[in-house]
Design a protein around this ligand. Structure first.
Ligand code: ADP
Ligand code: MG
Length: 370
């Protein structure tokens, strides 16, 4: 799929913008604070119904105005699609092909994106929450129903933690706890079940991708570090049972510490290169390349799961990658619509792109060469 046209009214520093993009590479070039990331954010907003930079929609409304409007026209295998989002005060309206949606969840899967920004460069280096977010974000796009499960899990977890935290020592209400436990296990098992499948497929693609990017020098291995033992083929009910047992086993500890110590909210991924833990022992370059391989693998995974390539958003990362990685991206993503922000076109970018268009971003105004 690709985003053909985008219209913005009072979105961040764009007062009014109407733009037609290229099917291939779109280079957004400009100095700092001109609106490059804002544009990427607008595209992401169309896919997720929320920003990745802020949880406050009102921050997106152009200063001095009371409402914003975004419209994206996409071309998909099955024809064109339009997504519109309007925000006025605390009110957000989302329409797909003119039909208003009731919930954000209904938007998911319409426009799929893979975003790679400086934050994603931390994917391998930083704490487990980055890798959980990575799993969750990607599974949601492939399987939007996962979004509801994740939301429900987080709500129950919050309730259970409140119960544990607020109870007087030794006075946790067992009946209430049992209610939350049952729900936690129900939603949690579904999270684990989906994560197993996702990582299994992703790790295979990522291994091949990483080999190509490193000219066969490095073997990347990604393993899912689940909170339960996931060896062997596990059905949803197996997972359910094991999660239940483990939760029970940890109950006393949870009561003592006032928090849920165990479950999908504590999981992680291990990322190894040539058998060595990249997080602990990898060089910065290796960590970044591993993150790149993982993100690029999602593109292939989404294609195989949904039949369409997502849109790739590369915000401020090209300059962080060496020449050969840049070259890899420009030579291997011809079929993927890609947005690349940068302060200037690097030598590799100038030479390598076959199909693409350069846009200059200046204080919320975009111009192109033709
Ligand atoms: N709600 C808003 N209304 C108007 N301008 C905004 C708003 N939010 C951010 N900006 C402006 O957007 C600019 C930053 O844009 P950004 O896309 O992050 O820059 P960059 O080109 O470096 O990626 C800043 O000048 C900031 O003042
Ligand atoms: Mg930026």
């Amino acid at each position: 799929m690709y985003l053909n046209g985008l219209k913005l009214i009072n979105f961040r520093n764009y007062k009014e913008l109407e733009i037609i993009f290229d099917k291939g590479f779109n280079f957004l070039v400009g100095n700092n604070a001109q609106g490059k990331t804002n544009l990427v954010e607008a595209i992401y907003f169309l896919s997720a119904g929320k920003s990745y930079r802020t949880s406050m929609d009102t921050e997106l409304v152009g200063w001095g105005s009371s409402a914003l409007y975004i419209k994206g026209n996409m071309e998909k295998n099955k024809g064109s699609k339009a997504i519109e989002i309007g925000i006025r005060g605390n009110n957000k309206k989302v329409k797909v092909n003119g039909v208003e949606l009731n919930k954000r969840g209904e938007l998911l899967g319409n426009l799929t994106t893979v975003i790679f920004s400086p934050d994603e460069l931390k994917l391998v280096k930083e704490g487990p929450s980055y890798r959980r977010r990575f799993m969750d974000q990607e599974i949601i796009q492939i399987k939007p129903s996962y979004y509801y499960v994740l939301n429900s899990y987080n709500k129950v977890l919050f309730q259970r933690n409140s119960l544990l935290r607020d109870a007087l020592p030794g006075k946790v209400n067992d009946d209430t706890l049992a209610v939350w436990d049952k729900q936690l296990v129900g939603y949690g098992a579904r999270l684990i079940f989906n994560r197993i499948q996702f990582i299994e497929r992703l790790s295979t693609i990522a291994r091949l991708m990483h080999r190509k990017i490193t000219n066969g020098e490095e073997e990347l291995e990604i393993h899912y570090l689940s909170c339960i033992d996931i060896n062997g083929d596990k059905s949803l009910s197996d997972i359910h049972r094991e999660l239940n047992i483990s939760l029970e086993r940890n109950r006393n500890k949870d009561i003592k510490t006032g928090v849920t110590n165990f479950g999908p909210h504590r999981e992680d991924l291990s990322v190894n290169i040539n058998g060595i833990d990249t997080r602990k022992f990898g060089s910065q370059g290796q960590q970044r390349t591993a993150a790149l391989s993982m993100k690029l693998s999602e593109i292939e995974l989404m294609k195989s799961e949904t039949g369409e390539y997502p849109i790739l958003l590369l915000d401020d990362v090209m300059s962080e990658l060496d020449k050969s990685r840049q070259k890899y991206i420009l030579e291997n993503l011809a079929q993927v619509q890609t947005f690349i922000t940068c302060t200037h076109l690097s030598e590799v970018m100038e030479k390598r792109y076959t199909q693409g268009k350069v846009f200059y971003v200046n204080s919320g105004i975009i111009s192109s060469e033709d």
